[in-house]
Design a binder for this molecule. Structure first.
Ligand code: GLU
Length: 454
């Protein structure tokens, strides 16, 4: 059975790149009827915070990513890690090293002076130093050949073993290091496919060697190319949100975000809209693009607009109220009003922001319209005639057409000022729909207020 995992370090919130990694890992497990596990890599005690554990869990929950087992906390496994590090030492896959800090610094400086890559030179590799507490354990990295694997996205990857050094697996304070812990935990959690960012490729090669030494089955690996900013540079806080939950606060729908994220590097023919349920069936790694993808706020907005318009008016009302406190149930025709605003909106927040004129009269005075004073007569004729019509959508539309024809006017000559009168804004939805939703009494009141002197 396929088992994947997401292994965040709780040293910050879940950001866009991490959220995509978690999603791909989850979807790959589900599409293969497997399990998705979560492991907090919280061994850096200074930087790891409970608050981030909490916020990562909330983010996954919001994205509807379900974990198939309780999360594993790497910090709680320190004893096991140490035990296995010592076992590797006993079996000759690791050795004790007592090089002092000064000796290591000197080694590094000499290498830099010779324009060599700084790394541990293997000084104690063959000295059979007996391990005692306070010493470090170094992994005996193979000297010959190369380390390699076939990446499920990037293809064959190989690096000459000369590029690596005998890295530390157990520090002098007895704590295990990242590459050792990650390899051990992937083994113990029986991970079959590791999906993570391509910044981990070198780590993968180190971990494969550790897993080999531990006698473990080597999982498959898939490294996801980066998500870049629109500029092509690294994604910063200014581009994608630093915390995925900020998208929730800003009024993005979780389904829209998930759909957007999956399209950041994965495609399925020409299709653009995918529900999570569908993705859980069809997601694969073959269709993940092997080059970096770019964050696009415009595309995210496009998705959110699509998903907003898939909601029922009742759901929209509920979600806008949750997001910003604005309650469309408090106005007449609230369902129509919210659906009208959703057509042009890219977030729940924007719907709330644009909605003010449904709740309060804009109180626009004629002078503010910046039009000829003879339009005053025209508008008052319009309002007189409006009084008489049956206030149905079609009737309103027909009446406007007829009025324009009789007065030999083009639509904007009436539409532009009327829009400002009704909403206080120059950009607003269709006039006939606005009139209908506001209702006869309200619409007339607004026009009369504008026309009245003083
Ligand atoms: N803790 C690592 C990170 O957050 C996880 C890498 C991995 O998935 O193995 O980048």
């Amino acid at each position: 059975m396929e088992i994947t995992r997401f292994a965040p370090s709780p040293t910050g919130h879940l950001h866009l790149g991490g959220a995509r990694t978690a999603l791909f890992s989850y979807l790959f497990a589900k599409a293969n009827k497997g399990k998705f596990l979560l492991r907090f890599e919280d061994t850096d005690q200074e930087r790891s915070k409970d608050e981030y554990v909490e916020s990562i869990l909330n983010s996954l929950d919001w994205m509807q990513i379900k974990i198939d087992s309780d999360p594993v906390y790497q910090s709680k496994k320190a004893m096991k890690h140490k035990e296995l590090a010592l076992e590797l030492y006993k079996k000759g896959f690791a050795y004790a090293c007592d090089c002092s800090e000064e000796a290591l610094t000197k080694m590094r400086e000499e290498q830099i002076a010779k324009k060599q890559k700084p790394k541990y030179n293997g000084l104690n590799r063959d000295k059979d130093i007996e391990f005692t507490e306070g010493m470090v354990l170094r992994f005996k990295f193979p000297l010959e050949g190369s380390s390699k694997f076939k990446d499920l996205i990037l293809g064959d990857i190989a690096i000459n073993n000369k590029e690596f050094d005998d890295f530390i697996i157990l520090r002098s304070d007895g704590s295990p290091t990242y590459n050792f812990c990650a390899a051990v935990d992937d083994m113990e959690m029986k991970i079959t496919t590791v999906i993570r960012g391509d910044d981990h490729i070198t780590n993968t090669l180190k971990q494969i060697n550790v897993l080999d030494a531990l006698g473990a089955t080597i999982p498959s690996y898939a490294h996801l190319p980066m998500v870049l900013a629109e500029s092509g540079k690294r994604l910063s806080k200014r581009d994608g949100a630093e915390d995925i939950l900020d998208y929730k606060k800003k009024g993005y729908l979780n389904d829209a975000l998930v759909n957007y994220l999956v399209r950041l590097g994965w495609s399925h023919g020409e299709e653009e809209i995918f529900s999570l349920e569908k993705l859980k069936k069809i997601f694969n790694l073959e269709d993940v693009n092997s080059s970096p993808s770019k964050y696009s706020q415009e595309l995210l907005d496009w998705y959110n607009n699509k998903y907003l318009n898939l909601l029922t008016p009742e759901d929209l009302i509920l979600k806008v109220k949750e997001n910003s406190g604005v309650d469309f149930n408090q106005i007449d025709n609230g369902k129509l009003a919210i659906s009208l605003l959703a057509k042009g909106a890219h977030s729940l927040h924007q719907i709330a922001e644009e909605s003010a004129y449904f709740f309060e009269e804009p109180q626009t005075k004629f002078d503010l319209l910046k039009i000829d004073s003879d339009k005053k007569i025209l508008l008052s004729e319009f309002s007189e005639q409006l009084k008489e019509i049956d206030f149905k959508k079609n009737q309103i539309e027909d009446f406007i057409k007829e009025f324009l024809r009789a007065k030999n006017l083009k639509f904007p000559e009436l539409g532009k000022p009327l829009r400002v009168i009704l909403t206080g804004k120059e950009n607003a939805p269709s006039i006939s729909e606005l009139l209908f939703i506001l209702g006869k009494e309200n619409s007339l009141k607004r026009i009369e207020y504008t026309l009245k002197d003083g």
